[in-house]
Design a protein around this ligand. Sequence first.
Ligand code: ACO
Length: 403
Amino acid sequence: ALDIQKLRDQSGFITLDSGYKNTGATKSAITFLDGEEGILRYRGYPIEQLAEQSSFLEVAYLLIYGELPTQKELESFTNEIKVHTLVNEDMRKIFDGFPVNAHPMGILSALVCSLTAFYPESMGSVTAEQERLSIVRLMAKLPTIAAWAYKNHMGHPVNYPQNRLSYCANFMHMMFALPVEEYIVNPVIEDALNTLLILHADHEQNCSTSTVRLVGSSHASLYSSISAGINALWGPLHGGANQEVIEMLEEIKADGGDVKKYVEMAKNAKTTGFRLFGFGHRVYKNFDPRAKIIKKAADKVLSSLGINDPVLEIAKQLEEAALTDPYFVERKLYPNVDFYSGIIYRALGIPTNMFTVMFALGRLPGWIAQWKEMRETKEPIGRPRQVYVGHPKRDYLDINSRS
Ligand code: ACO
């Protein structure tokens, strides 16, 4: 048999796969994805069934612990999360140091990393109980930190968590409750948020999840690994695309609504540098099953809330124009999860610069599950190789001899 290690040692043999387009980094039992058929399952359960019938915390439990919880397990998971929703008052001082125009994703990753300072026992070699607590704390505190990042942006005082409310309703309360009246969360909004968080909860070895696993493979703490994942998610080619989509749709609207013009521009992506945000995916070469569910949900939410958002119409026209164009057909470029999600978030009153934060709230259980799996299976430290293409050896020149 071919001894790869020996070959590597003797000849410098290395496989090169930029962007890991065809390289598996791990074995995983969490999420199944078939990009050709447009199938997505968490722990074997089809995404369509979970989005329709489950709750975000139930899905979080499923991803992290491998099985759907019993009633008792779910109650205890939910109650424990409720106990930990407050963040240390000293973290308020960190919030106060951010300028009001700070992007909430920057605040989110900084504050999550700062949890290592408040819970130093989460670092180094941790007991199973300490790991369990870190998981619960993250699930409980991320919505509080996220809502407070928004409050910082608004220059408003923060709202403390209301633990009598559900996970999603409490988040909306911390975002939008005003001191003048009791804030009652519209069930349509609560439902829509629940669905969106479920749809974002895991997506196997994407850029941010691979980041979480890679950082965690050095035995960095769960908090610092998740903070790194938040930063990876922020980029416009990944989770940041949801903000870019709405900004693009707004631009098309302001420009007279000519969707074909933008499809033409995107066809020349190499020269114009313009891509249709919310289109294309590294793995899906068929419809992204999450996009199908979100498109339906967008119609339902907007009509239940009596909102007529012209941007939804533009999105549908753009989708139709792209999907009937040979450039998009040949390259199998379909709308991805981000194409319609921003339209729902907007209808929920969430501002554009918070869209990627919403994605992070949803992706958190997936990141945790993947980090936990990586540690439990004792994966070695991640350390890719390279093919060196720089200068051959050359001698140091004194500064006065350089031209
Ligand atoms: N608009 C126009 N052309 C596109 C687009 C797009 N959105 N996406 C891909 N293409 C073209 C490329 O120019 C390339 O064309 P070529 O074959 O002539 O060279 C071909 O399709 C393949 O594209 P790659 O960039 O090689 O595909 P890759 O798998 O590396 O990228 C990605 C996937 C990053 C998602 C890409 O489709 C993209 O940039 N989309 C827009 C950003 C976006 O929506 N990101 C969110 C992804 S979902 C998520 O992360 C949650």
